[in-house]
Design a protein around this ligand. Structure first.
Ligand code: PHE
Length: 418
């Protein structure tokens, strides 16, 4: 993996951090959120309609500096998200953005007061029906000139009263168990009354958006249930997460908060204050369009794409399923650290599986984890479930994939097959 990576005509020289395989590079530029009729594009559009007058920003390349993705937003130097097991690096300086927040500061620099950023983001992660290494996020920010604190507080109070009235007329039940206080404080540099109105404006705006998105799924006469809880993000305070009650559980929808003043200063707008939120489009689209597997978003099969029409939310009708094919893989982990072999991490293993099998792998589950009582050697067994969305796989083909995975993990991860 030491070849330089070229993306959007720019070459990024490889170094010890380079860990973006060709299978991931191939996803760059697909822009599902911009593809007409695609569920992700419809969802993006509905959100854009809710936030009228917001300036839309479409960063072309997903490559950002590590500084933009993390440091500029105040992530600690040892934040786990920075690790090579969690993020895709082109080299020590450049990476594929892990969230749309990586573009907040440059957006502030454009001088507008309200923004929406929709883009593809990249994270190394587990393999299951709701995780994929590339997904799409939408970021929204709004801020105001705070020179006249009193006037702005009044203005927001009036706007908030109006928004509250609109929400009161909707069948939505909002529970707010967030707790602004020492653990999740208002910022000292903010006027507390004004900051409270800003947080309120954030909450009303997002509750309205959530009702627009989910209001129709509660057909059984029940109001839509929404819950606000405390959260932590290095560039917002106070910070919140919003959850929606769906299929008998709380589904996390988005993260948000009042933007840390230092972040706005970095964007050259220290005289303004406001809020920001970020949400994942796939998670919401899976609910709204009844899409059972996140890989379907990437399908180029007309049986998937032709089902949807721009601007319309319709339930996905599954097309013929193909049989799964399980292959188990048991191995011993290396006993001690070996030259050139990184410590074991499941994400690295999954990365190799993805690189070899691409979308032909449906899930990877640990089915046995055993440490030998005498030797202390640890053995793991993973079940790899191969299944294509579009065709039947034959045993030979799956065996060949499995052999290839074995060959690579033995070589790259220092494991010993059992
Ligand atoms: N970027 C955050 C995430 O990916 C979400 C977020 C955006 C939180 C903006 C606060 C403000 O989880």
């Amino acid at each position: 993996m030491s070849a330089p990576v070229t993306l959007f005509g720019k070459e990024y020289p490889a170094d010890g951090n380079t860990n973006t395989p060709p299978s991931i590079q191939a996803k760059v530029g697909r822009n599902l959120h911009l593809q007409k009729d695609h569920p992700l594009a419809t969802l993006r559009e509905i959100i854009e309609t809710h936030f009228k007058g917001f300036t839309r920003i479409q960063p072309e390349s997903p490559v950002v500096t590590v500084f933009q993705n993390f440091d500029e937003l105040g992530f600690a130097p040892d934040h786990p998200g920075r690790s090579l097991t969690d993020s895709y690096y082109l080299n020590k300086e450049h990476m594929l953005r892990t969230h749309t927040s990586a573009h907040e500061v440059e957006a502030y620099k454009t001088g507008a007061d309200a923004f929406l950023i929709a883009a593809d983001v990249y994270r190394r992660d587990e393999i299951d029906s709701s995780h994929y290494p590339v997904f799409h996020q939408m970021e929204g920010m709004r801020h105001w000139d705070v020179t006249d604190v009193k006037q702005l507080t009044e203005q927001l109070r009036a706007e908030n009263a109006k928004l509250a009235e609109e929400l009161a007329a909707c069948p939505i039940e909002i529970t707010d168990i967030s707790n602004v206080g020492p653990e999740n404080p208002l910022q000292e540099c903010h006027d507390p009354e004004l900051a409270t109105e800003m947080a309120q404006n954030l909450k009303h705006s997002l509750n309205g958006m959530i009702f627009k998105l989910f209001g129709h799924i509660t057909a059984d006469g029940q109001p839509l249930k929404v819950r606000w809880i405390d959260a932590f993000f290095p560039w917002t305070s106070p910070s919140f997460e919003v959850e929606v009650w769906y299929n008998d559980e709380w589904l996390e929808i988005l993260g948000c908060g009042v933007v840390v003043q230092k972040t706005l200063e970095r964007g050259g707008v220290g005289h303004k204050s406001g809020w920001a939120f970020g949400l994942g489009l796939e998670r919401i689209a899976m609910v709204l369009f009844d899409i059972p597997d996140i890989r379907l978003f990437w399908s180029q099969d007309p049986r998937f794409l032709s089902q949807f029409k721009q601007g319309e939310i319709t339930a996905f009708k599954p097309y013929s399923k193909y049989p799964p094919c399980y292959k188990d893989m048991s191995f011993w982990l290396p006993e001690e650290t070996q030259e050139g072999i990184k410590p074991w991490h499941e994400n690295d293993y999954c990365e190799v599986v993805r690189d070899v099998a691409g979308d032909l792998v449906e899930n990877v589950t640990l089915i046995d984890d055993f440490t030998h009582p005498k030797t202390g050697k640890r053995s793991l067994c993973y079940r790899l479930n191969y299944r294509s969305m579009d065709r039947s796989l034959n045993n030979e083909e799956v065996n060949a994939l499995q052999d290839k995975v074995v060959g690579r993990v033995v070589k790259e991860m220092g494991i010993e097959m059992r």
